[in-house]
Design a protein around this ligand. Structure first.
Ligand code: NAD
Length: 550
């Protein structure tokens, strides 16, 4: 069984309240063909990141949400609804746990066995927690990352630089736009032509070619003219990168967003067409993983060689260094991850990805929200520049939505403002507010968000669990705990949060609490690890940390 799901819009609801309706609409939105990468298989993005375990579970979730009372809570175990309990009106309507394995068994082999038996699904981050909004969700983070790289290396702009990367999937598809927004040139190697086309259709990418020569020619011309340009190049990164090295073309920046975190489903080995790869994946899993890991090792060797040649090289959160290291590339961790290199200072102030979607489906609601954001934060130049670009360049996918990186204090302020706009009717229907898990206080991921922590606490998972617990206590609308998102099985624990602004007083109380505790966890986590900016933020914002060192 498979169904075609599209985002549901309009003011009429089929559930017993807007909060339940919001969960249903965001589940649908995750699977809208404009939004999801492989909706027929329930796959939203990030390798096999799914919204529900199978179509039977999907329908059971749908029906349960339609009948769910406003003082009940549905429990989801890896994409399958398993219980409804009476709780209370300010408790979450849905609690989810995705892909969580007992640590000794926390590897892909064991997960794949359980997945095959229908006992689990891979929730990635916002796939299994129903708050994916298409590539926009990651554009600002990607934009911020490249902007910081430009600040550190090129005087604030990527003008005249060429970035080489791979992977134009759900998240990776944001790279070309983020580079051109920073005035640079991007060559994005992608093995699947349909993914390249999708990014062209949604205006994330400027042009495509299947010829390396042509791609390099276009890049050089753009460099000479100082123009921004993104090029989708059909090919396999494990091969193309070495060819570029041989030819000696000057590449300034190298990163990668193939789904390296999942060697079976996320990376195509060199020499294999998509069809051949799909066949081998079915017939011989072990051989597939062996070949894809070897190709990733080759891919990382190329990245290291670019680094030796003077390029700025960084890992973009897909765990490719770990795969290469396990395959024998001893210095695979020779280039840094993007969080310690560019993002951590923001995390210390509780800054992270605040996103919202208009449940009405009306783009005007986002226009009203954008205006409000400009009004509330008139001195935040970075944010204003981002909003200008987002309004001009970002095509909505599914429900109209917006992402904006906001810090502690700012998120609660904006959330309450959205609730007031819904109450006054200036925004026509409730708004869903959430974030991805790549945030300051919601992830334990030693090869990514918590890489090289100042106090060595990279692998401490308690913080992600505390984040989910406090957001549940504070009354989020749906809260989730996940394992393995971003970097794969065994490498991360993380938590998701969504809260609905429906214009009521109930929502007002919950928004204020959740949008304070959630970024607050980011400040607390980094203050505990000894980061000065986080300690200062905690003091300035009067966050109660019992053992905070003066
Ligand atoms: P996706 O699975 O939708 O896309 C991956 C793409 O890589 C696919 O289009 C695939 O065809 C392509 N690909 C696979 N092998 C290739 C090869 N050898 N050469 C060229 N292209 C190849 O995944 P996504 O949602 O785009 O995520 C990409 C990765 O980034 C994942 O590992 C994900 O976990 C990670 N991630 C990054 C962030 C971030 O902010 N940087 C956040 C979350 C997740």
């Amino acid at each position: 069984m498979s169904r075609k799901i599209t985002a549901k819009k309009g003011l009429e609801i089929e559930c017993k309240g807007w909060e339940q309706e919001a969960a249903l609409r965001m589940l649908y939105n995750n699977l809208d063909p404009e939004v999801a990468e492989r909706p027929g298989d329930l796959v939203v993005y990030g390798g096999i990141g799914k919204a529900a375990r199978n179509w039977e579970s999907f329908e059971a979730i749908e029906n349960t949400l339609r009948n769910l009372e406003k003082d009940e809570t549905m429990l989801i175990q890896s994409g399958k609804p398993v219980a409804v309990f009476r709780t209370h009106e300010e408790a979450p309507r849905v609690l989810l746990s995705n892909s969580v394995l007992v640590p000794k068994w926390a590897n892909w082999e064991h997960f794949n066995e359980l997945d095959k038996k229908g006992l689990m699904m891979y929730g990635q981050m916002t796939a299994g927690s129903w708050i994916y909004i298409g590539s926009q969700g990651i554009v600002q983070g990607t934009y911020e990352t490249f902007a910081e790289l430009a600040n550190q290396n090129y005087g604030g702009s990527l003008k005249g630089t060429v970035t080489l990367t791979a992977g134009l999937g759900g998240m990776g598809g944001a790279q070309p736009l983020a580079v051109t927004m920073n005035e640079g040139i991007a060559i994005c190697v992608e093995v699947d032509e349909t993914r390249i086309q999708k990014r062209l259709d949604t205006k994330y990418l400027d042009t495509k070619t299947d010829s390396l020569e042509e791609a390099l020619k276009l890049a050089e011309e753009a460099r000479e003219k100082g123009e921004a340009l993104s090029i989708g190049l059909l090919g396999n990164a494990a091969e193309i990168h070495h060819e570029i090295l041989k030819g000696g073309f000057k590449i300034d920046i190298v990163t990668d967003q193939t789904s390296a975190h999942d060697p079976l489903n996320g990376y195509v080995p060199e020499g294999y067409s998509l069809e051949e790869a799909a066949k081998l994946r079915e017939s011989d899993t072990k051989e597939y993983v062996k070949l894809s890991s070897a190709s990733m090792a080759k891919h990382v060797e190329a990245m290291l060689e670019f680094q030796q040649g003077g390029s700025v090289v960084f890992d973009y959160g897909n765990n490719i260094r770990q795969v290469a290291f396990d395959d024998g590339v001893e210095n695979a961790f020779g280039f840094p991850g993007f969080v310690p290199a560019y993002i951590r200072p923001l995390f210390c102030e509780g800054k992270g990805p605040f996103r919202f979607a208009a449940l009405s489906g009306d783009p005007k609601d986002i226009e009203v929200a954008d205006r409000k954001m400009r009004e509330l934060f008139p001195d935040n130049e970075k944010l204003l520049r981002w909003l200008d670009m987002a309004q001009e360049k970002i095509a909505f996918q599914g429900l109209p939505s917006r992402i904006a990186w906001l810090g502690y204090g700012e998120r609660a302020k904006m959330g309450l403002a959205l609730n007031e706009l819904v109450a006054s009717g200036e925004i026509s229907a409730p708004v869903v507010i959430g974030r991805d898990h790549l945030d300051s206080g919601s992830v334990a991921s030693p090869n990514r968000e918590t890489e090289s922590m100042k106090d060595g606490s990279d692998a401490v998972g308690d913080w992600a669990i505390l984040n989910a617990l406090v957001n549940t206590a504070a009354g989020g609308s749906w809260i989730s705990v996940h394992h393995g998102g971003g970097v794969g099985m065994g490498y991360s624990l993380h938590a998701g949060m969504v809260v609905v602004a429906d214009g009521t007083e109930n929502a007002q109380r919950r928004l204020e609490r959740v949008l304070t505790s959630d970024p607050g966890m980011g400040v607390v986590r980094h203050a505990d690890a000894g980061y000065g900016t986080a300690v200062e933020t905690a003091k300035k914002q009067d966050i109660n940390i019992p053992m905070l060192k003066e």
